[in-house]
Design a protein. Sequence first.
Length: 207
Amino acid sequence: MEGQRWLPLEANPEVTNQFLKQLGLHPNWQFVDVYGMEPELLSMVPRPVCAVLLLFPITEKYEVFRTEEEEKIKSQGQDVTSSVYFIKQTISNACGTIGLIHAIANNKDKMHFESGSTLKKFLEESVSMSPEERAKYLENYDAIRVTHETSAHEGQTEMKQLPHSEVQLLPPRLSQNLNSGSLPTSSPASQVLGLQVCAPVPGHTAQ
């Protein structure tokens, strides 16, 4: 992917939630880890859940599937409901941030924002844009870029500049609005490395 390259965000709810807080999201909803798909582990997840963020490795099989899907969409088009907020990714290693923006944007009616929220301002200013226009707008949105860079240095993983390489882990390009219908195509995961859900915080009222 040509163009801008950001440091990746660590797939860690502590980092994720702090990043969103710095962008002005009220913490009545937060991301939490899902430790497994067994019923007893899923029972530990707070309810309700409004978004899911999945982390999986980029493999040769994934790249083949992605190429095939892109060619199919180019030739046949894609029916996506206009109610879905979607950003085309043009910034390398920004998939985590874009996934989080998708999660919040497609559940905005449930979220509360602090006064002067950077994220709320970005969403309001880009609501009528195309996915490609939103991508360009994000490239030049310094307030989100600077917050991303700060958050990328937090967590347990030591981050360094990656001038000629790209992290080979990918959250899907859309954290699904669970109440929506047709969605942009996400790629299948042959191996799940991480799973987070956005759920209400105990003691706060979910809207």
